[in-house]
Design a protein around this ligand. Structure first.
Ligand code: A2P
Length: 317
């Protein structure tokens, strides 16, 4: 397993298991199988509505002695309805209880988007708060306090633009170690990669395979598919690998964390083995040409009726 170094002699496994879209029922078996075959990093979130099942699998795996807690990396995320500073620790404690652990390795602000307390998914304008209602620096201070209390070892963000990340870094006492964003050959985010390298922030690539199992409401009729692209398929054939492995290996070659989701035992194995595949310069050059700034998860679901959020402002593009 490949690792990336973090402050304080910590290291994060470069390939983890994504659990977004893994249904309760399926995710329990997937996490157990993943840990049994060697995954040591599970990416979770309360918004995925399956943390209790993930926790059951984690607890059983730890109890069986496969690995000690310190060898398993657990990430979770603060949902949009708990950014009020006094809500941060209770939200984290709920996740800890669901995952059946005493601490997380990484806790991330899930989106730079605010919902009113108690709103899981907004339905009307009243359900939203504007971004300036709770300054991110205040939420961040509450996250820092959770580090001080030993509830989480590292903190970071998801879906932050360079502008938002930079503004946060200016005010943070504990700097974010991670930005988890959508990354794949159609959305290579090279400026973000460069900014984060320069500032010693790691990137995690979500939707590294194109997340084709997104709910229909999150899909566009004409969206491109990644796994079928002839360049990806050609590189896979050349290396005797699968297209999925090429996409994951590409992410690892760029020194990003990748968190492919699967609930299928064969694909879990296949994805883990992607860490053994090394792409050459010719492959990386061919894939570099596929960038088209295309988001599968474009945030337009936050533009519902009466929402103060726009996709343009979300990504600062
Ligand atoms: P499944 O869970 O049945 O394996 P992403 O990680 O980008 O969100 O993509 C997840 C989607 O890709 C799921 O539909 C998942 O299905 C599928 N998937 C996972 N691994 C592979 C793979 N190696 N090849 C093709 N599809 C995969």
């Amino acid at each position: 397993m490949k690792f990336y170094e973090l402050p304080g002699e910590q290291r994060i496994p470069a390939l983890g298991l994504g659990t977004w879209k893994s249904a309760p029922g399926a995710v329990y078996a997937a996490v157990k199988e993943a840990i049994a075959i060697g995954y040591r990093h599970i990416d979770c979130a309360p918004a995925y509505q399956n943390e209790p099942e993930v926790g059951k699998a984690v607890a059983e795996s730890l109890a069986s002695g496969i690995m000690p807690r310190q060898d398993l990396w657990l990430t979770s995320k603060l949902w949009n309805n708990a950014h009020e500073p006094e809500q941060v620790q209770p939200a984290l404690e709920k996740t800890l209880a669901d995952l059946q652990v005493a601490y997380l390795d990484l806790y991330l602000i899930h989106w730079p988007v605010l919902f009113k307390s108690g709103v899981m998914f907004p339905r009307q304008s009243d359900d939203y708060l504007t971004l300036d209602a709770i300054p991110v620096s205040e939420t961040w201070k509450a996250l820092e306090a959770c580090v001080g209390k030993g509830l989480v070892r590292n903190i970071g963000v998801c879906n932050f633009s360079i502008k938002k990340l930079d503004a946060l870094c200016q005010k943070a006492s504990i700097r974010p170690v991670m930005n988890q964003i959508e990354l794949h050959p159609y959305l290579q985010q090279c400026a973000m990669l460069e900014y984060c390298r320069y500032n010693n922030i790691l990137l995690t690539a979500y939707s590294p395979l194109g997340s084709s199992d997104r709910p229909a409401g999150m899909k566009k009729p004409d969206e491109p598919t990644l796994l079928d692209h002839s360049v990806i398929q050609g590189i896979a054939t050349k290396h005797g690998a699968t297209p999925g492995q090429v996409l994951l290996s590409w992410g690892l070659c760029r020194q990003t964390v990748v968190i492919p989701k699967s609930v299928n035992p064969d694909r879990l194995r296949q994805n883990l083995a992607a860490a053994e595949l090394t792409l050459d310069l010719e492959d990386m050059t061919a894939i570099a040409a596929l960038d088209r700034g295309y988001r599968f998860v474009d945030g337009s679901f936050f533009e519902g009726p009466g929402s103060p959020y726009t996709v343009k402002e979300l990504w600062d593009e």
